[in-house]
Design a protein around this ligand. Structure first.
Ligand code: 5RP
Length: 223
């Protein structure tokens, strides 16, 4: 079993009957969703809140009942991957472009579990490009304003065209290398007009599931 499968499947241990479960996006949480689908077939009752169209399709394929966010009273648990996890358990996310819905769901969840293979663990966030979701209107100006904060900025493209998120927005991939204060940068970015959300998830993860060098599962908790 690869690392992503080990930790992705481990995350289902945190899911209990009748929970509303925020379903993240990406290749690690794929294994969580697939495993949850198996458990649903065996009688587990859950309601999934998908964080992307891709995850909605996956959850449906695996037989997980899903609901609209506005139709549930609360989210009991959210499970999602990450592109980087710092020693303080702050996260850099959005490699798959689903950061906005992921953040809304994770913020609302009573418990937020992150599944991150060992390659994602870093001392300081920022080696991975930080995705910032922006509205298409005025993207040039928004780019300039992010650049003024000290980051190189590139419009994400797909097949020669600007990549569009599920919300119809663009992603700017920004290189800030070694982000000294994720909390400050998260706020500064979100204060720029045109920025909808950024991929810094600060003080949000309750638990990170990863593996050590011998492929043993390691559970890290926020102290
Ligand atoms: C998508 C994300 C993903 O959780 C992140 O990119 C990790 O993905 P993977 O599990 O495929 O490595 O933030 O927007």
């Amino acid at each position: 079993m690869n690392e992503k499968q080990i930790i992705g499947e481990k995350a289902v241990d945190f899911v209990e009957d009748n929970m509303v479960v925020g379903l993240g996006t990406g290749s690690t949480v794929f294994y969580t969703i697939r495993k949850l689908g198996q458990l649903v077939k065996q009688g587990l009752h859950i309601t999934g809140i998908p964080t992307s169209i891709q995850t909605e399709e996956l959850a449906t394929k695996f037989g997980i009942p899903i609901s609209k966010f506005e139709d549930v009273e609360q989210i009991d648990i959210a499970i999602d991957g990450a592109d980087e996890v710092s020693s303080e358990l702050d996260l850099l996310k959005g490699g798959g472009g689903a950061l906005l819905r992921e953040k809304i769901v994770a913020r609302e969840a009573k418990t937020f579990i992150v599944v991150a293979d060992s390659s994602k663990l870093v001392q300081k966030l920022g080696s991975f490009l930080l995705p910032v979701e922006v509205i298409p209107f005025g993207v040039g100006v928004t780019k300039k304003n992010i650049y003024r904060l000290g980051g190189n900025v590139n419009l994400r493209e797909s097949k020669g065209k600007p990549f569009k998120t599920d919300n119809g927005n663009y992603i700017l991939d920004c290189s800030f290398s070694d982000i000294l204060s994720p909390k400050v940068l998260e706020r500064e970015l979100n204060m720029i007009p045109g920025v909808v959300e950024n991929g810094l998830f600060v003080e949000m993860a309750d638990t990170v599931i990863t593996v050590d060098q011998e492929n043993n599962v390691v559970i890290k908790k926020l102290i």
